[in-house]
Design a protein around this ligand. Structure first.
Ligand code: ATP
Ligand code: MG
Length: 891
């Protein structure tokens, strides 16, 4: 039997299947919704609404195609409460989708879905277990299912717009935009999940047995505002589209034939880890807390990786709510210390391959979760006491006041749903309207006009920075420039002056300092003015474009209105070298490995560059050499590097590399290397959308070397490379080390390899010889072949024991075999000054002997430690006599 497909296999097969049907594969859009109808992305189709409405099917950096396929991460806020309670809902789900923008329609969509599910080459599901629903008026879908696919009529159910229109009830309820009838595919998981029949489903619409796996939507309408009398308005879209969505978690459960999500290959290791950390075994559906924690850690990790900061409003609030729900369940499992953050590596391992941003952000995600857990646990203890005493004072069936619920939230950090959940356990409901009122009042007070929301990045300074105009950045061209001090800010306050020795954030009208962004680190340097100077230790900027210089005044005093001269440190040259080298590396990687390679994150600093990219295998030495050679060709060609602002459309048309799903303004900055280099009969060029700082000519890079290529998650690799002096120094140091090693071996670099090979061969021969001598030594000590061994009866076993010297490892084990053989005993114990070994016969093990346990006891008596299997175990010991002496009492 072959192992069932993993979740990653299924995802990949799906995308490959649709590629084989002429689809373009695109990466997932961020979880932050592409349009304002929802907070988070809720379906695979959402990023493509413009294409459904008639926009050109062009995807910068990927190409143009009216057939597209994706695996889209989705978060469904409405399903959070379902998690752990139903068998089919996650809060975070991956939706596999294939889309047609006015290209193919229903026939292809349904027949391909059928082919993918049932063909042995793909999912190979049993046809007799598949069922479908259709929109009540959709005769076309009915005919395709029954006549072309051959699905029996009695396996099709017809429903109204509440079930078989997407979004559900769109004609009446909205939202506005593309919508249409749909056909859902169900899988019968069999009677062990329920005795209900397909016909029953028409009434119940809820079943653990019949699981919806795939929804094929036929968007052909643009839902617009209804007429004043409420009549729905469905205008025809410019053409008919296809939008399908299959839940990866659900199909994986079906294909792997496991009870539910929590036993599939992604969740099972997380659930197991939770069981291990809490010491509470997982026992299936009744282990609600394991399930909630395992599911929620994925949602929280993925949303934070996509840039959501935990907060008290909007997205940040939703994610905080999910995290706190998970935290409370961890608490219920007896975990009193932050634990959830320890699960992040498992999530990264399982999902990082498909979602490289998770790998790039792992550190930040872990830190954010841990900090929130710490905060929450502190309050949870106090809050649990308070709510318990409140609830136990109330009768079942009564109502907890909304104000109390708000105090629990405000003081103890209990989200409302948590309070509701606990109250429910006491049969008590919460006055939610009153809670909402209290919350509204409190938020009004707190709102005091903050534009940025709570961004951790700018500490408590966001209010003090409000109202400032964006800074003029002149640092692409100039490394020294004059500007006026616009504001001095520290600890959330505007300052009127900054004396020598103080640290603060300085805002200038005009600056040459680059602010951290696009992977490039912020500039450092100096500010100088009449009578003083200061160090600039870092530069960042607010989303509104205000540059923040992190400054220490060394001499003199700084006041708003002063004119200062900003001088960027010489490190910037090295940063620029690494930045341009990053672009060339990117272009070379795509040339050598294929254009499927995608950037998954980067870091550009003065000391080095780091580049994460999607690729399944380690680079070979030849590939690394090939990539370096390409970059070196650019360097020696000394081409100019230029940058220009241009309309996004123009940049796309010129073929600039952009990141799909990244938001760009109407005008973008394009960095171009003005010249290509030959590779396998074609010319490789580099043109990227980029806001960073670059060298003027490729020759300025000087030298380039790749120092490592390693795996950071399934399907994501990380290259570290050096440019300029950093590269030559690195190479020189390694050459020197190699030279010293050669010197130690009395040869030169050229003779080194042969010399080492010779030494290795010599060493191997010597080792074999030693082993031989030790075997002989053991045999001599055991008295050749015929020595009679002392065999004692201990604890119901016949035990042969022997003291040897100078014997270890293999020979010690060989001697034990021999001893068992010669003596005919049940157990052989050999103690030498270099170790202890115990062997037991099969028969003795059958009667309860355990070599591992015996070794443990003997070793303990001899100042050592050890263990092993029931039939063989060993230990390192100090005192062989003590080990043998303990035999009497150990058995
Ligand atoms: P359900 O009625 O089961 O909640 P749905 O009608 O909301 O499903 P769609 O909006 O049509 O589902 O989404 C398409 C597919 O995405 C579904 O067929 C299912 O496989 C999957 N899916 C939807 N919601 C979830 C969820 N919360 N967890 C896991 N998979 C889901
Ligand atoms: Mg649903």
């Amino acid at each position: 039997m072959t192992a069932p497909l993993t979740t990653a296999d299924i995802r990949e097969k799906y995308l490959q299947f649709f590629e084989s049907k002429g689809h373009l594969r695109l990466p997932s859009h961020s979880l932050i919704a592409p349009d304002p109808t929802t907070l988070f992305t809720v379906a695979g189709m959402q990023p493509f609404k413009p294409q459904f409405m008639g926009a050109p099917a062009k995807f910068p950096g990927y190409g143009e195609n009216r057939r597209v396929t994706t695996a889209q991460k989705c978060l469904r806020v409405g399903d959070i409460e379902n998690v752990g309670r139903t068998l089919r809902h996650c809060s975070l789900l991956e939706m596999l989708g294939n889309f047609s923008f006015g290209d193919y329609f229903k026939r292809e969509a349904l027949t391909w879905a059928w082919e993918f599910l049932t063909s042995p080459e793909w999912m190979g599901l049993d046809k007799s277990r598949l069922y479908a629903t259709i929109y009540e008026e959709d005769e076309e879908a009915f005919l395709i299912w029954t006549q072309e696919i051959g699905l029996p009529e009695d396996r099709i159910l017809r429903f109204g717009a509440d079930e078989n229109f997407w979004p559900a009830d769109a004609p009446k309820e909205g939202p506005n935009g593309p919508c249409g009838p749909c056909s859902e595919i169900f899988y019968d998981r069999g009677p062990k999940y329920g005795e209900d029949t397909w016909a029953d489903y028409a009434q119940t619409r809820e079943s653990a047995r019949f699981l919806e796996i795939w929804n094929c939507v036929f968007p052909q309408y643009d839902r617009q505002d209804p007429l004043p009398d409420g009549t729905p308005v469905l205008a025809d879209l410019p053409f008919k589209n296809i939008d399908t969505g299959m839940g990866l978690e659900r199909i994986a459960t079906v294909v792997q034939d496991v009870y539910d999500f929590y036993s599939n290959d992604v969740f099972a290791p997380i659930v197991a880890r939770i069981a291990e950390l809490s010491g509470k075994p997982y026992e299936g559906p009744q282990s609600l807390s394991h399930r909630v924690v395992a599911e929620h850690i994925r949602s929280v990790s993925m949303t934070i990786a996509d840039g959501v900061a935990l907060s008290n409003t909007g997205r940040g609030y939703t994610v905080r709510k999910i995290l706190r729900r998970a935290s409370r369940h961890a608490y219920l499992l007896g975990l009193r210390e932050p634990t959830l953050y320890q699960l992040v590596p498992l999530v990264v391992e399982k999902m990082g391959g498909a979602y490289p941003e998770l790998v790039a952000e792992e550190e930040r995600v872990t830190a954010a979760i841990r900090a929130e857990e710490e905060r929450f646990l502190k309050t949870l203890e106090g809050g649990t006491q308070r709510i318990t005493s409140l609830l136990s004072g109330l009768e079942r069936g009564s109502v907890l006041s909304g104000e109390e619920a708000f105090v629990l939230y405000d003081t103890y950090g209990f989200p409302l749903d948590l309070t509701k959940e606990i109250a429910e356990e006491y049969g008590i409901t919460v006055d939610e309207a009153e809670y909402a009122e209290s919350l509204e009042k409190a938020q009004e007070l707190a709102r005091a006009g903050s534009k940025y929301g709570k961004s951790e990045l700018f500490g408590g300074n966001q209010e003090a920075l409000e109202g400032l105009s964006p800074t003029r950045f002149v640092g692409y061209e100039e490394l020294e420039a004059q500007g006026e001090v616009v504001a001095l800010v520290s600890a959330g306050e505007r300052l009127s002056h900054l004396p020598a020795g103080s640290e603060a954030t300085v805002v200038l009208s005009r600056t040459p300092f680059y602010a951290e962004g696009g992977g490039e680190v912020g500039d450092t340097g100096r500010l100088e003015w009449d009578g003083g100077h200061a160090l600039v230790r870092d530069t960042r900027k607010t989303p509104a474009g205000v540059f923040l210089h992190d400054v220490l005044v060394e001499e003199g005093e700084l006041r708003p209105g002063d004119t200062v001269r900003g001088i960027v440190s010489g490190e910037r040259q090295a940063i620029q070298r690494h930045h341009t080298a990053t672009h060339l590396l990117h272009a070379a990687l795509r040339a050598v490995l294929g254009s499927g390679v995608r950037q998954a994150g980067s870091l550009v600093a003065a000391e080095r560059l780091r580049f994460d990219y999607t690729h399944g295998a380690a680079l070979s030495a030849d590939e690394i050499a090939g990539i370096e050679r390409l970059v070196s060709r650019w360097v020696s060609a000394n081409f100019p590097v230029t940058w220009r602002e241009m309309p996004l459309e123009e940049a796309r048309a010129a073929g600039a590399t952009a990141l799909f799903g990244e938001k760009y303004g109407d005008t973008v900055r394009v960095v171009t290397v003005e010249g290509g280099v030959p590779f396998e009969g074609r010319t490789v060029t580099s043109m990227e959308l980029c806001g960073g700082a670059h060298v003027r000519r490729t020759g300025d890079i000087g030298a380039f070397v790749i120092v490592s290529d390693e795996n950071v998650a399934a399907g994501v690799r990380r290259i570290e490379a050096l440019a300029g002096e950093a590269a030559t120094t690195w190479v020189r140091e390694r050459l020197q080390t190699a030279g010293r090693v050669a010197g130690l071996l009395n040869t030169g670099l050229d003779g080194l390899e042969a010399r080492v090979a010779g030494l290795q061969a010599g060493l191997k021969a010597a080792q074999q010889e030693t082993a031989q001598v030790r075997r002989q030594l053991a045999e001599a000590q055991m008295g050749g072949g015929g020595a009679t061994q002392q065999v004692r009866e201990l604890g119901g076993f016949r035990v042969a024991a022997l003291r040897l010297s100078g014997i270890e490892g293999n020979e010690l084990r060989g001697a034990a075999d021999k001893l068992l053989d010669q003596s005919g005993a049940d157990l052989a114990v050999i103690a030498s000054d270099r170790g202890l070994v115990v062997k037991a016969t099969k028969d003795a093990v059958g009667r309860g002997a355990h070599a591992g346990q015996l070794v443990g006891k003997l070793a303990a008596a001899a100042g050592g430690k050890g263990g092993g299997r029931p039939d063989m175990a060993q230990a390192g010991i100090q005192n062989p006599e003590a080990a043998l002496g303990a035999l009497e009492t150990a058995l």
